[in-house]
Design a protein around this ligand. Structure first.
Ligand SMILES: C[S@@+](CC[C@H](N)C(=O)[O-])C[C@H]1O[C@@H](n2cnc3c(N)ncnc32)[C@H](O)[C@@H]1O
Length: 220
């Protein structure tokens, strides 16, 4: 499905405003800031996160839509970019130490399947860093999201505003680190580990404030 997300100039104009005026850029820097080792960025789109990784990052990025990768290539000429789908990752099991997803799993057709694939390509103690918008808590807002979803999904080219992505992450076999989690309205920023992996100090994985996990009053 193609829509506004697959029109790079439109998406980048909208995201420029969200990043710089809405404060999303600050969360992007947190999302990327604690990554380490071999990194896979899922659904990189026009590559807005890519310049935020260090020059020495061992990074591979992909998107399911070829048309957005030209902009990503211009932003990050040295990063290997692929056309691939989250639901069928062309990588061996345990290939990555970190997987990053920014605003992607609202759009993946089968999110639980895609997240299981992410779990497969992560090494057992690897970390999934996510920044996603999710289903609203309030009844009125979530009902509105349900009502608008069919049109919204069509116009945007895949986005589901009413997705309970954190539940999908847990169903797919991850445990969300509650300490490092950030929440602002329907926006979430968190790290998840595969269930059964050794619990290490993940509270430092996302976010830069000790004793996090509280409502983040910063934008967005
Ligand atoms: C809202 S954009 C986010 C782009 C980028 N991550 C960012 O933070 O600006 C969602 C992206 O997910 C991609 N996408 C949707 N379904 C996907 C899938 N199954 N596998 C990989 N990418 C997918 C879309 O093509 C789109 O580029």
């Amino acid at each position: 499905m193609r829509g506004l997300e697959q029109i790079p100039w439109f998406y980048d104009t909208f995201m420029y405003l969200a990043d710089n005026l809405g404060g999303l850029g600050r969360w992007r820097r947190k999302l990327v800031g604690a990554t380490r080792g071999r990194i896979l960025e899922v659904g990189c789109g026009t590559g807005r996160n890519l310049p935020l990784y260090g020059d020495d990052a061992l990074l591979v990025a992909f998107d399911v839509h070829l048309e957005v990768l030209g902009a990503a290539r211009r932003r990050a000429p040295r990063v290997p970019l692929l056309v691939a789908s989250a639901e069928a990752l062309p990588f061996r099991s345990g290939s990555f130490d970190t997987v990053v997803s920014g605003l992607v799993f609202c759009s993946v057709s089968d999110p639980v399947h895609g997240l299981r694939e992410v779990g497969r390509v992560l090494r057992s103690e690897g970390r999934l860093h996510m920044m996603e918008h999710v289903r609203a808590r309030g009844r009125l807002r979530s009902r509105f999201q349900d009502w608008i979803q069919p049109v919204w999904t069509r116009v945007t080219g895949g986005c589901h505003p009413n997705r309970d992505t954190e539940s999908h992450v847990e169903v797919a076999g991850f445990r969300i680190d509650r300490d490092g989690r950030r929440e602002k309205g329907t926006m979430r920023l968190f790290t998840a580990l595969r269930v059964g992996s050794v619990s290490v100090s993940v509270s430092q994985a996302v976010g830069d404030e000790p004793g996090g996990g509280r409502e983040d009053r910063s934008e967005p």
